[in-house]
Design a protein. Structure first.
Length: 288
């Protein structure tokens, strides 16, 4: 059974002075068993958020705490890369990282090939990686959305020996190192969302590409999240789809009320899927 994941992308918001208290508030209001919660603040807030989340009050009733993620990572381990942060530098600060976010593709000119290098650097450092993919509006409207996402995945993952990268921790309840976030670019920060059925169709297409690329387990163990203007009002549409395993949340993730609503619904989905699977919702996941 794939775990349900709600990841918060705070983008370029919060400061070291206020990030810890926001993280603690969100953590203590989202204590649903069976849901993996990840907060991805700006680099400079990682330490403050990590410290705040060590507080026992934020652990869910299944003992799971809130995990911390970075929003980006450099592809090289060290060197003359002014202003950059390597995967090794995140040791002790983050256990997850987002790569390939459309805002970085747009603003920093990141290509699939570069994102693939970041992904492998993150993997080598033992970070769980959320790889973002998604089409532009004109690409969806012209019926090319699945082809675009297929090409992005091949560009990011195709050069890698996925068999050698492995998945780690596969099996019931495990969280593999790779998670894919399907984020249609036209839905990010716009208040527009994809339809649940379209996101589910894309999740199926993503897993077909992973199979074609030789992903161990055929990609069935890889969680696929939806991202794009998710709120507590829209999350149900996505979690109702068995192929969608949670959400990457941007704007709404800065609002504790919204996060409480989103994770509450994710908790219901986790419990329902665990019931179908014959396992207890409160089983602690194996973190490979
Ligand atoms: C994101 O940043 O990944 C995102 C989906 O943002 P928003 O929820 O604001 O659309």
């Amino acid at each position: 059974m794939r775990r349900i994941i709600v990841a918060a992308n705070w983008k370029m918001n919060t400061t070291p002075a206020d990030a810890g208290s926001l993280a603690r508030t969100i953590g203590s209001r989202t204590r649903e068993p069976g849901v993996i919660r990840v907060i991805c603040p700006p680099y400079v807030c990682l330490a403050a958020v990590g410290d705040a989340l060590r507080d026992g009050d934020v652990a869910a009733t299944d003992g799971l705490g809130v995990e911390v993620g970075a929003q980006n990572v450099h592809h090289e381990p060290a060197g003359a890369y002014t202003g950059e942060v390597s995967a090794a530098m995140l040791d002790g600060l983050a256990t997850w990282v987002i790569v390939g976010h459309s805002e970085r593709r747009r603003d920093a000119g990141e290509t699939d090939e570069l994102i693939g290098r970041k992904l492998r650097a993150a993997r080598a450092a033992g970070l769980r990686t959320i790889l973002c993919v998604g089409e532009q509006l004109d690409e969806r409207e012209s019926g090319r959305a699945e082809a675009i996402v297929d090409a992005q995945l091949r560009g990011c993952l195709g050069g890698a020996d996925l068999g050698a990268l492995g998945l780690d921790g596969t099996g019931a309840g495990a969280v593999p190192w790779l998670t894919i976030a399907y984020e249609p670019v036209w839905a990010i920060g716009t208040g527009r969302t994809a339809r649940g059925a379209d996101a589910a169709a894309m999740a199926g297409a993503i897993r077909r590409t992973l199979i074609a690329l030789g992903m161990p387990g055929g990609g069935e163990d890889v969680p696929v999240l939806y991202g794009g203007s998710v709120t507590s009002a829209s999350i149900d549409e996505f979690l109702a789809e068995p192929s969608i395993d949670g959400a990457l949340v941007g704007g709404a993730s800065l609002k504790p009320d919204e996060m409480a609503g989103i994770v509450a619904r994710a908790g219901m989905t986790a419990a329902a899927r665990a019931g179908l699977d014959g396992t207890l919702a409160g089983d602690a996941p194996a973190m490979g």
